[in-house]
Design a protein around this ligand. Structure first.
Ligand code: PRP
Ligand code: MG
Length: 172
C-alpha cells in the first residue's frame, strides 16, 4: 500500500447509519483538517494535468476541485444543485436511491473544445458523475476524465462511466 493510500485511509472516518440507517458514511473532514495530508491529495489529483477547466460538483467536490484548479493553473467551474446558479444554465437529472436530483452548469462556462477534468470526493453509484459528464459534453466542452478521492467499488459506479478516464486515489 502506498504512503498516500495509507495517509488517505487513515483519515477517512466511517460513520455508521448516517444520513440514514444502514448507510456507512465516509467522512473526509479528518483528512481536510490535516494540512500535509490535504496537500498531498491535491498534488496527487493535479499530477500531470493539462486542462483548461476543473469542474467541481457541489458540495464536497468543491473542496477538492478548487485547489486542484489553482494548482494546475486552470479555471474552476461549479456544477451546482438546481436553483443555485444565477445566470442561464443547462441541467441534467440523475437517479437517487429515492427519487431524482437535478444539477446545473452555466451555459457559458466553457469555451468550445475546452479540456475539462471533473473532480469529486466519492464515486458511489456513479450517477452524479455520469450526469456531470453528460452536462459538460452538452455545454460544448471535452471531458478528459473524472478524478475522485475515493471509489466505492462495490457499488459499480465505474460501469456507468464507460469510455471516461476514471481515476481514484483510493478504491475501497
Ligand atoms: C455524494 C458525494 C458524491 C456523490 C456520489 O454527494 O459527494 O458527489 O454523493 O454518489 P453517486 O456516485 O452515487 O452519485 P451528495 O450529493 O450526497 O452530497 P454533497 O452535497 O455533500 O456532496
Ligand atoms: Mg457530492
Amino acid at each position: 500500500m502506498s504512503d498516500l493510500t495509507t495517509t488517505i485511509l487513515d483519515r477517512i472516518r466511517d460513520v455508521p447509519d448516517y444520513p440514514r440507517p444502514g448507510v456507512m458514511f465516509k467522512d473526509i473532514t479528518p483528512l481536510l483538517g490535516d494540512h500535509a495530508a490535504f496537500s498531498s491529495v491535491i498534488d496527487a489529483l493535479a499530477d500531470g494535468l493539462a486542462v483548461d477547466k476543473i469542474v467541481g460538483i457541489e458540495a464536497r467536490g468543491f473542496i477538492l476541485a478548487a485547489p486542484v484548479a489553482y494548482r494546475v493553473g486552470a479555471g474552476f467551474v461549479p456544477v451546482r444543485k438546481k436553483g443555485k446558479l444565477p445566470a442561464e444554465a443547462l441541467e441534467a437529472s440523475y437517479d437517487l436511491e429515492y427519487g431524482s436530483a437535478v444539477i446545473e452548469v452555466h451555459s457559458d462556462a466553457f469555451s468550445p473544445g475546452d479540456r475539462v477534468l471533473i473532480v469529486d470526493d466519492v464515486l458511489a453509484t456513479g450517477g452524479t458523475a455520469q450526469a456531470t459528464v453528460e452536462l459538460i459534453s452538452r455545454a460544448g466542452a471535452q471531458v478528459v476524465g473524472v478524478s475522485v478521492l475515493m471509489e466505492l467499488a462495490f457499488l459499480n459506479g465505474r460501469d456507468r462511466l464507460a469510455g471516461v478516464d476514471l481515476r481514484a486515489l483510493v478504491v475501497v
